[in-house]
Design a protein around this ligand. Sequence first.
Ligand SMILES: [Zn+2]
Length: 855
Amino acid sequence: MNAKIKPKHYDISLEPDLINATFSGQVKIYINVLQDTHSIVINSVELDVLSASIEQNNRVFSLTTKYDEENETAIFHCTQQINPGDGILKIAFSGILNDRLRGFYISRYKDRNGKDNKLASTQFEPTDARRAFPCFDEPNQKATFSLCATIEENHRAISNMPEQKQCKNNDGTKTIWFEKTPIMSTYVLALVVGQLNCIEKTADNGTLVRIWSTEGLESKGKYALDVAIKILQYLENYFGIKYPLPKLDHVAIPDFAAGAMENWGCITYREPALLFDPSNSSSATRQLVAEIIAHEMAHMWFGDLVTMRWWNDLWLNESFASWMGDKAINSIYPGWQKWTQFLVADTGHALRLDGLLNSHPIEQEVQNPNEIGQLFDAISYSKGASIIRMLENFLGENTFRKGINSYLNKFQHDNASTDDLWECLQAESGRPVKEIMGAWIKTTGYPYIGLEIDRAKDVHEILISQKRFIYEQSASTKDCNETWPIPINTIDSNGKTSMHLLKDQSQKITIPKITQTEWVKLNVEQAGFYRVLYQNEDLYLLNEAVKQKLLGAADRLGLISDSFAMVQARLTPASTFLTQCNAYINETSQPVWSELLHGLRYIQNLIYGKGYYDDFTKYSRHLLKQIQSEVGWETNSNDDHLTSLLRSQILLSAGQFEDLAVLEKAKSELQNSLAMGNQIPADLRRIIYVLAAKQGDQELYDIFWELHSKSNFQEEKVRLLSALTQFQDPGLIAKTLDMALTEKVRTHETISVIVQSCGTHNGRKLTWEFMKENWKELDRRYGEGGFGLMYMIQALSGFRNNAALKDIDEFFKSNCVPAAELTLLQTKETIKNNIDWIEYNKTDLSTWSYLTEMK
Ligand SMILES: [Zn+2]
């Protein structure tokens, strides 16, 4: 933006007025002017500049201000020439504390006395620091910051650095000065102001760690505090660099757009992503809290200490933090089998998105905030994390770690690019990292591998070939001929492994000898970001191995996941997948079930209302029978983590496949609890609410809203909101949607209400009508971009007919969404794929022998 000016230091003072939802401020920016100029361009949005001047060589010149709204800048003009050298830019300004969860914004909540209360918080990534103070708002314009805040006397203020001093003012306010930060980017600066409280502990390395929340909730931060201390130790040890700041705060914010934000030393979170109540929180929340803390803490080094030069390298920040966070979690909680879960949450998610024609390469040129905002998707987070895992697997754990260490040491307190990282890893490993990874980050999509083993011969050679995997099967996708350098490993019946690098379209590889009845599996532990299409006889042998649990959980998961993907892409008929599911009838691994159920639920949605729908759900219930009796309804205090997750997942699915006994049990458990006032175990609460709602009437509906109003624990409110989207009566669904736009529902939760009710058969069309009717308000709140807008549009992907596709297309022609253009294209592509899929599979699915297969 500004090659003429380089910021060095900011003195910022902010005075938020929570009652009137405004703020005023002053900033002194110590700049270095690089060439003669009469004007200074600075980022500024929705700010009123009250006065501006520049001081140079003890002379002060006042500046006139012009705004360029499109480019989100203010242009200061000086009649005198501004000379090269140091200068101080002084700006006084005022702004609004908005309700759109960006910049400097206001969060509303009921305090512990049930009274309406407010707090103010910042959320700057990617391009919203400019809404709080005029600044050079680009990641490579690093500077130091001294922040001070004038706030009400009974409020607390938290920022990146520890408090340095405070003083009382005559008007009932106080002013707090924070210590100067190290050099850093604007997007990780933070300030939170309100009636907050904390619990704290000093880690062994001397870092003060605190967990903050609105007053009264702080005791629910105990688990987070414990986890944060453990992760701090793990990360310092892995990176070999001490945590760079004197303290580390974690702050739960009532209204929050994303899950959390890695402000340096002052991480902010959505409440259920940080607060954990042992008697009211589920195991899923326990895991979520730990994972998010780990992800954000990894950013303290990777992102905050070393920062991407520009947003095109956002993926490196996000995918590294995701991968690193999971690595820390896997070390601290080995029983969670994080890397197997990773295949569902990250790799699976990314493979699905990246199988669309309208996906995008990991590394992409971006200029304006709309383009930058759209990068925050599963490609940047999950595909990136998956290919980092693939690379670590290929280079070896130790070599990889040494490469990371040299990268962080070399670029700390500075900016770096993806190429800089590859160079460090290349130097450490002696392998052509840049060449291998180039294709993975610059090319959209990923390959699937076909393999031919000639079992007639006593083979030890197989022909493997690659082709881009795309869900859409059409003339235009038939001749996609991109290739990737693919690290391919194999494992066979005898436990023998082999490792290869497929560089071309096809290649013969040699594997240890196997006999006619022995199997070989590619992509051991699913470490690679690709799919495999086996021939029927090979798949048959692998299924037998699955039945006998001769393969590890990740490999069992991979086989069913790849099979379903082939079905979804119409490379094999749906019944192949259904037959294969039978091999998993004794399966006990939670992530494997997750993947399998994903496939079944996808089919269930697409065939809803067809003649064979009942046979299909019956077959699905049959698949769940064994595991259902194993997990049962009884929760047990010594259940391990994955058993707890598995139980609620299996019972919920059984209910969704219309298991009458499960539905009945959910209803009676809820009735008992309401009548007797006893607590439903936290792990079962969501599914009992949801399954009861599926059969519920107006009376239950009103009870849920009442419970929702009474609860002051956000996780419980979120569960109840989920249930409120699941009633069958269209009138009740419509009412929930209307309520979602009132102050009863947090503005970030409005999105989940829309997404969940759009996921139901009775709610889908209604939700879409609701979105259209309320588009003006939805666009005002979320239209500028971010996760909310993207999730909302993506929710429409469940449609499966041309009329809906046409309607969506037409609506967005006249109501454009520049901040979610790509998501809209992906959604339309998915609906089209749904339609084609139903057509392709209708004979197969209506003639398949569901009932015989159940024997
Ligand atoms: Zn992140």
